[in-house]
Design a protein around this ligand. Sequence first.
Ligand SMILES: [Zn+2]
Length: 584
Amino acid sequence: MFRNAFRSLPTAIREPLKSLLKRVAFRVDKEGELSLEQAMGWLAALRDAGVSFGFPEDLSAGRGDAPLAILKHDIHQNLDRATAMALAERTNGIAGLFFMMGPHRLNRKFFGSAKSWDQLRGIQASGHRIGLHLDVMDAILRRGDLYEEIAEILAGFSHAGIIVNYANSHGNTAFGKLGIRTGDFFVETARDVRVSEASGAAGKRLNEHLGQYSLKIIGERFGVHYWIDNRVLRDGVEVAPVVYVTDNSGAVKIPARKLSSKKFDIDGAFVAASTSALVQAPSLILLHPQWYAPGLRAAKQHQPGTAHFNPQILADIRELNLEVGGTLLDVSVRKDGFRYDFRLNRRRTADHLIVALHGGVAGARELPVLARWKQDSYFRAPILSFFDPLIHEHPNIPAGWFVGDLARDATASIAEIVRRIAAQLSIDSDRVVFVGGSAGGFGSIRLACALGGAKFISINGQTRIIDYYPSGHEPFSAVFDPAHTPHENAALHESRWSTPPGLEKALQGSAPLRGIVIQNVNDKHHFERHYTPFCARFGLALEGGYSSDKRLWSVPYEGEAKHGPETAEIARRIVREFIPELLA
Ligand SMILES: [Zn+2]
């Protein structure tokens, strides 16, 4: 229904709306994500500095001396992430407002499902409050009457046990191009503006609604007294000024104070500066839950816990003695000037060893980055997590592919370390499973080959480094061998800069090497430039299946339209299906 209404809009309205929808949906995803843990660290820092998290009612009531922060979340695209954020806030003793839309393109994946109502009730039950996120202009154009739209949505919410006393609006920015904003439809906040005649029939229709609604009437009729965009209004009247904080651009910003975090990184400098700003005045903080990656999803960029990397330093891997040390062992082996940092998690024992490799490290808060080391209850096996030694030496490169450089073969050295550790754990090297995503997927294949008959699970991995974006392969090439261009290096060192040569050779040998390549079909770059040529070279079907000798296996899956970690469904299949199959 919305789609048809959307198509019937004139271009002058449809295009800006479309670009807004696109931006809301994909703007941040394309480039990176924020970390939920990091955001919670920031909110906890505000809380510890004396900021009190509360609700709009507290703004008029005053709350003694504690500066109030009203935390609000507009929910789009992903209710699971909103739920995760609500839970994380609750864990930190923080409550906020979660603004949910009625049926809309941006939530059609989940709106109205039994699960979504359960999730909203859960958010509400944990001390947060639910508000109505309203696409005012869409409602007017589609339905013709804003009050009717609000009445219907709220009836549905009420039927599901959701209490709503707050509202805010969605979609102002694109309509700004038409010269109007949401506030112009309400008599209390309307300016003397009109949509230009050039916008055609819909523009004319919008004009008919300008100034025709009242926030006071919405308060009286629906009990929705508070309207909270970048100010806090009660029945259309501003309650008190607040400092507005927003993550709209992928960074967290306080425009009035000219403060901003780094992009996709709520960095320490911002935490400190924002804390001293927000202890002085009441604030309104907008965070979009869909942009904050929790737990597993955070592993790519942020590694909670790795700050405590506290290694024993060895001049030679032969000095390693697993008889001593606890279940969590940090080691740094020095060789040829490289530091090989790894963490061995021995909380679980098994007849196989998981070796986890990280992907790109752009945005990592601290080094070393150690992927998946915490996932012992998931893998039910010991986990050895390696950090790429080239990145230690050159922290500015986004990825190193576990290759090393011209003079130093990091793959061979890591394979040697893995061999030693597996032997001390009494695990055969053909029961070592290398697991990694992206650059870690590339590394998993080359390491399994280097070890001999090991196994690999490459998730959205590269096939040839040179086919990865120049922003990744150029900095790598410059430290690999600055005397040559990336294309020269890729040609001169083909067996190190790509996976197929080594894998072909290993498959000709007698060692029981086996592996799986897993690819998100909606990660266009990796599907086309890495997975497709890999499958072609090894006789694998793009739609999934075994190679003729059953030693390789392709697994495509449907994920979000971007490069990132595996879905929860794939994560489940890895432990339940793929690893047992590889080791069978
Ligand atoms: Zn919105």
